[in-house]
Design a protein around this ligand. Sequence first.
Ligand SMILES: O=C(O)CCC(=O)C(=O)O
Ligand SMILES: [Fe+2]
Length: 501
Amino acid sequence: MPPSTHTYMSEQTKIQSESQSKEKLSFRVGDIVSLDLEKYERKIKSIKIRTRSELDIFEWSKRGYANNNYWIPLSAENVSRIEESNVSREEFIEKYEVPGLPVVINGCTKGWPAEVKWNRETLLKKFEDYRFKVGEDDNGDPVRMAFKYYLYYLENEAIKDDSPLYIFDSSFGKLKRSTQPQQAAKTNLKVSPINYSLDLSEDPTENQNKSEESKKKQPSFHRPCLLKDYKVPKYFDDDLFRLTGEKRRPPYRWFVLGGERSGTGIHFDPLGTSAWNTLLVGHKRWCLFPPFTPRKIIDPKLKGLDHEAVSWFTHVYPMLVSVEKDQDKSYAEEFEMVQVLQKPGETMYVPGGWHHVVMNLDFTIAVTQNFCSPTSIEHVWLRTRNSRPKLAQKLLNSSSFVDEYELEVSETQSETDGSDGECLCYTCKMKRKRKEKLDKQNEEAEKQMRKEYKRRERKEFERLNQEQQNNRVTKGKEKGKRYNDRMINEEVKKKKRKKEE
Ligand SMILES: O=C(O)CCC(=O)C(=O)O
Ligand SMILES: [Fe+2]
C-alpha cells in the first residue's frame, strides 16, 4: 500500500527543514579565504550588467520571489524511481529508452570521489580563484566569476535576487589557457603558448610532485580536476558522439552549482540528445513534458515574463495545474507533465526531445552530460543532418538504421511540386493540413493562457490593494483606540484632581 499523503507531506517538510538547517550551520566564505570586498562589489555589478543587460542592476530582486516557497509535497511527484544495481542495461533500454520515459536512478554515485569532495568547503579550498562560467553576455561570450566571489555572492545578495547567477561550466572538459590567466600567474609556472583543449582530469595539488619538464608539457595546475570525481552511469556510457573525437564534438558535460531559485528555463536539449543529471548536494525541482507538447502552452510569450526557471514556476506552472471552467482536466494532466523533486544522490534521465525546466530549491551541486545512445541515433541524426552534416555522417556510418530509413525519407510519393517548390503529393498535403489544425489549436490555447494570466494579475493587484486598505483601516483603528485611551485617561485624571480639590 502506498504511504498516505500525510506521510509524504511530513517527509517533505523534514527534507526541507534539514536542508535549511544545514545551510545555517555551515561556515562563511570569509572564514576560509581572504576577500577583497571592493573588488567583489565592482565585479558583481559588471557581471550582472553583462549577463542580463535587459535588467537594471537594482531590479534583480524587484519581483520578491525570495518570499515564495517553491518546495512541493512529495505526493505531487509522478516519476518512476529505480535502483541502478537492480536494473540491467537491457531492461533500462526496454522500459525507459525505447518508449522515451524520464526516470530517476538511485545508486549511481556510490563510490564516486565527488560524494566526498563536492561540497562548499573542499571546492572553495581547491578552486578559490578559478573563474567558473556564470552566464553569457549579449554576444554569447562566457561571463566568468572567481569561485570565492561567487560563493560570497550566494551568501549575500543572492539571498534576495529573484533568479540568482548560476555556475554552468563545461571548461573542465575543454579549456583554453587564455581563460584563466590569474591562475597561471599565481602558480608561477611556465606555460607553453599553445591553446589547451584537453580533458581536465588532473588535480593541481598532484602536480606539485612532478618534474619541471612535465609541468611544462602538462599545464594541469590550472585545470579543474573534476573528471576523475565521477563516472558516467552504466546506462549512458555508450555515447555515439565519441565517434566525432573529443575536439570536434559540441560541449556536452557541465559542472553545475547554484543557490536557491537559480535554475534553467524551459527548453529541450540540443541536437536531439538525451541527458543525465546527477545531483550531489541539495534539491532540484523539475517539470518535464513529452516531445509532442505544444510549445505555446508550456513556454507562452507573456508580457513581462522572462525566461528564468523561477518565473516559470511562479507564473506558468499555476496555470498549467489549474482546471478552468471550460476544461475537464488541466494542461498538466492533458500533456502528461512529469514532476520531480530530485534529492542528493539521484540521477535524472531526460530522454531526447523532452521539454524541461529545473529550479534549485537550495544550494546544489550537480554534474550533467548530454549524449546520443544507439537507441536514439535516428532521432539525433534527423536533428543533426542539416546543422552538423559531418557529425551526422559519422553517426550514420556507425549504424545500420539509415539503410532502411533512407528509402522512407527520400520518397515523396510524387514528383509534382508547386511553383514555390511545395510538394503536392497526398501525404505532404495531409501533413500540412494536420500542422495547420494543430497551429490553430495552439493559438486558441495560447489566447486562453494570456486571458488567464491577465485575470491572475488583476486578482493579485486587487489582493495587494485590499491588503493595503486593510492595513490602513487597522492602523486607523489603532490610532483611534490610542486616542480614546488617552481621552479616558485624561478624564480619569481630571475627576481625580476634582475629588482631591
Ligand atoms: O540542472 C539544471 O539546471 C538543468 C540542466 C539542464 O537542463 C541542461 O543542462 O540541459
Ligand atoms: Fe536540459
